[in-house]
Design a protein around this ligand. Structure first.
Ligand SMILES: [Fe+2]
Ligand SMILES: [Fe+2]
Length: 314
């Protein structure tokens, strides 16, 4: 069991479960059905001329979600676990060992997601993304991390990014799993992943909480800044990508699609979506006391202003 000074957390043993990778389930989408792969987009729905366009858009969105999953597992969560041993804090051995098992899970989640998205792409004739630079939020997180001059602070930021993403993923996956409008295969892949992620969330929250207690005032102030910036970057909708999916689904030109999607996704809409998906993270962070160092409201106001400028510059 974890030492008393380390927060309690769940393991597969304590939850009486086994990791989903042991069952090696690789759900596949069914071909030639009217299945829906993503919850309807209320803003864009009136702009589709047929159910097929809407389904195709949904399939593109779910492929995007799975691409993000692959990237997050390989480039965000596994690196966060790898950085744990380089932190200038002595994490209790048992807790560190338990985190290592999660890296094994993440490799399987990436494989499972890649399998599903490859099938779905070919079923709907959706191409691979034109640029291979990875999702916008990962690029933004990488840039935040690279601005940190101190090497050990960069390792801390990597771990905090892992904590942020693991506080939200289980809830996000659980919403897909519970949505009866969606294809059974979508619900299955999300349910098995969500089950694993509830264990991960518990362990990453324990790690975040323990580190927060270990930090001195200066480290807390820096961590609060990194936590907040990371939560904003991770949860902001990727509007460029939505435009691309819209063009793919409807056959409209990229310019037409971009102008429609941008007119609907104003900075207020983007901030509202961010707040909904960041809710589990905010609640964990305010529970820690992060908002005593950084004002979430002020950070959102600054982000809204940044988006406004970005959109005005188009
Ligand atoms: Fe995962
Ligand atoms: Fe995870």
């Amino acid at each position: 069991m974890p030492s008393t000074s380390y927060p309690r957390y769940s393991t597969y043993e304590s939850a009486g479960r086994t990791p989903s990778l042991l069952s090696q389930e690789l759900p596949r989408p069914r071909v030639d059905t009217g299945d829906i792969y993503y919850p309807p987009n209320t803003l864009l729905e009136p702009h589709f001329s047929s159910i097929d366009e809407s389904r195709r858009f949904g399939a593109a969105c779910f492929c995007g979600f799975l691409e993000d999953t692959v990237e997050v597992e390989h480039c965000l969560v596994i690196p966060a676990i790898a950085s744990v041993r380089r932190l200038p804090y002595d994490i209790p051995e048992r807790a560190e060992q338990d985190l290592y098992r999660l890296a094994t899970d993440e490799g399987f989640h990436a494989e499972q997601s890649q399998r599903f998205l490859t099938d779905l792409r070919s079923q709907f004739g959706l191409g691979r993304p034109p640029d291979r630079t990875g999702p916008l939020f990962l690029r933004r997180l990488a840039s935040q991390r690279s601005q940190e001059p101190d090497a050990s602070q960069r390792e801390i930021v990597t771990v905090l990014n892992g904590v942020v993403t693991e506080t939200r993923i289980s809830i996000e996956l659980g919403k897909f799993a519970g949505d009866s409008r969606l294809a059974e295969s979508v619900r299955t892949i999300c349910r098995t992943h969500a089950d694993d992620e509830s264990i991960h969330a518990s362990q990453f929250k324990a790690l975040g909480r323990w580190l927060w207690e270990e930090f001195d005032e200066g480290a807390r102030a820096a961590a609060a800044k990194a936590f907040t910036a990371s939560a904003i970057a991770r949860n902001l909708p990727d509007v460029e990508r939505l435009s691309r999916y819209f063009a793919q689904a409807t056959g409209r030109t990229p310019a037409e699609s971009e102008s429609l999607v941008h007119s609907l996704y104003t900075e207020d809409v983007q901030i509202e979506e961010l707040q909904v998906s960041a809710r589990p993270t905010w609640s964990f962070l305010s529970d820690l006391g992060v908002d005593q160092y950084v004002s979430f409201a002020a950070a959102l106001t600054a982000e809204r202003a940044r988006l406004h400028e970005e959109m005005a510059a188009r």
